[in-house]
Design a protein around this ligand. Structure first.
Ligand code: LFR
Length: 504
């Protein structure tokens, strides 16, 4: 008996690279859960480009890489691709003019131009008003503040735009010629109502933004077109259907958390660390606002109650500075050295604004430590140790606050994303939270992207079945707490140093 295999192609655009990953779902001849295997057919850089003091996406190059990914999948023997889907980080967008053309290069959220816009807008409209409707945390680069900054400088593109498309919406438009807005990404703009799952017209009006620019969001899993004939001919492939997956990478990553049952905590660990839980209602009260938690839209009626933590960006940027200074080492080498460094020498609050886009990360950390009365990290390994320990301690704070807001307790933490390769951080996290950490899968976003496609194609019943398949195909690795006592002391020191109450 021949077992049936369904093939889908996912594109995941992350900060360190973009990836084209083929997923093959194969039915077991005797029944039982199908098996999922993946094949990365293309990987490409996704470097932002700085011009005239502003930071941009290199969007046409990325579109070229996506076309290359489709060709490579076909050339690797995947002739029968059931569908494709694209996910990327949140908040960034392109503007489409009356003639259907992209108006300018999309800006990158770390563009320094956005600084100050959040304070201006939230001062004018009131944080309560914005949060009560959107349920989204206040981050200085949210789409709402990018748009307000563009409006303030009288951006010609904004004036002329017919439609705003989030980055995956935009790339899908290039592939299919059709324009749709997708819900998980729309929710991160801080311009949409969490409960209504569509744009908040009041908010748009108050900001002086044209409502017509915003297309009614479709839910993840919607089939939204197929490759244009031109592109299919250019790439010598058939008319591949395109699915609006959970196009916010974090939404996709959380779909791929291999949890059993509905109550679980996760840490999506990559450039950002996103720590929280999945709920079927947003938490919109005062405490969530005061703690700056978010309720991002998820797939299939869910919300992600979580908080952004600055994440491995701190390490990535240190490595970039070390490389530039002629002291290049691999990530693994840096982490090995950090493992030997003195424990808890200096601590930082990783979420300080000073770390969002500093010109030189090691300098930013050193100045911060000096100002916070912490010993200044001198060596590369002291810097990396300081970052990893501080991240783990911040994870504990955010985990306990998540529990308080959700009214739940969690037996451990699922860690998904590339950060699982940082074994020292996984162990520190288990120690800091004094609970097990279940690490994996590493390619969370790509896998969540594939699961939504397989559900749309009718070969997986729902997310629960998807998670069961992931558990079986990519069993997580368990880290157990080894030194809870010294971490308990360090946690008290962390909370005292940065003004956090240990009581939640
Ligand atoms: C993670 C992520 C976060 C979002 C940040 C900026 O890649 O998508 O969820 O807050 O990037 O868009």
């Amino acid at each position: 008996m021949v077992s049936r295999t369904t093939v889908a192609l996912s594109f995941d655009l992350g900060a360190s690279s973009g990836r084209a990953v083929v997923g093959k779902l194969t039915e077991k001849p005797g029944g039982g859960l199908p098996e999922l295997t993946v094949d990365e057919v293309h990987r490409f850089p996704n470097d932002p480009v700085r011009v005239g003091g502003r930071l941009y996406w290199d969007i046409l190059r990325l579109f070229h890489e996506i076309k290359t990914g489709i060709s490579r999948a076909a050339l690797s023997g995947y002739r029968d691709i059931g569908s494709l889907g694209i996910d990327s980080w949140a908040v960034d967008f392109g503007l489409i003019g009356p003639d259907g053309e992209l108006l300018g290069n999309p800006y990158h959220y770390r563009n320094p131009e956005w600084d100050g816009s959040m304070e201006a807008v939230s001062g004018e409209l009131g944080k309560n008003t914005i949060f009560a409707s959107t349920g989204i945390q206040f981050l200085p680069f949210n789409t709402i503040y990018q748009l307000a900054a563009l409006k303030k400088r009288d951006s010609l593109a904004l004036k002329q735009a017919d439609h705003l498309l989030m980055i995956p919406d935009l790339l899908r438009y290039f592939l299919t010629g059709r324009r749709h807005s997708e819900w998980t990404n729309a929710s991160t703009t801080q311009l949409a109502s969490a409960e209504q799952k569509t744009w908040d017209s009041d908010l748009l009006r108050k900001l002086g933004l044209s409502e017509a620019m915003f297309l009614t969001p479709v839910q993840p899993g919607t089939m939204v077109g197929e490759l244009t004939e031109d592109i299919a001919a250019e790439l010598s492939v058939g008319p591949i259907p395109v699915v609006a997956v959970a196009e916010h990478d974090t939404a996709s990553a959380v779909i791929a958390v291999p949890a059993e049952g509905g109550d679980f905590a996760y840490l999506s660990c990559g450039t950002w660390s996103l720590l929280g839980t999945e709920l079927d209602r947003p938490v919109l009260g005062k405490q969530a606002l005061d703690w700056n938690f978010t309720n991002e839209g998820g797939a299939y009626g869910t919300y992600r109650l979580l908080k952004n933590i600055m994440g491995l960006w701190l390490v990535q940027e240190c490595k970039r500075a070390f490389d530039k200074a002629g002291n290049a080492k691999s990530f693994a080498g840096l982490v090995d050295e950090a493992a030997e460094a003195e424990p808890f020498r200096s601590l930082i609050d990783p979420d300080d604004d000073a770390f969002l886009h500093p010109a030189n990360m090691p300098d930013a950390i050193r100045s911060y430590c000096a100002a916070a009365g912490q010993p200044v990290p001198e060596t590369d390994c002291q810097l990396i140790r300081c970052i990893l320990e501080s991240l783990a301690l911040k994870y504990r704070l955010v985990l306990e606050r998540t529990e308080a807001l959700a009214g739940k307790t969690f037996g451990g933490l699922h860690l998904v994303g590339g950060g699982m390769h940082n074994r020292l951080l996984c162990q520190f996290t288990a120690d800091a939270i004094n609970r097990p950490v279940w690490a994996g899968p590493a390619e969370g976003s790509a896998l969540g992207n594939l699961i939504v496609q397989f559900i749309a194609l009718g070969v997986i019943a729902d997310v629960q079945e998807g998670r069961r398949i992931l558990r079986q195909s990519f069993p997580p690795e368990t880290y157990t707490p080894a030194q809870p006592d010294i971490w308990e002391t360090a946690y008290s020191r962390f909370c005292a140093a940065f003004g956090y109450s240990q009581e939640v």
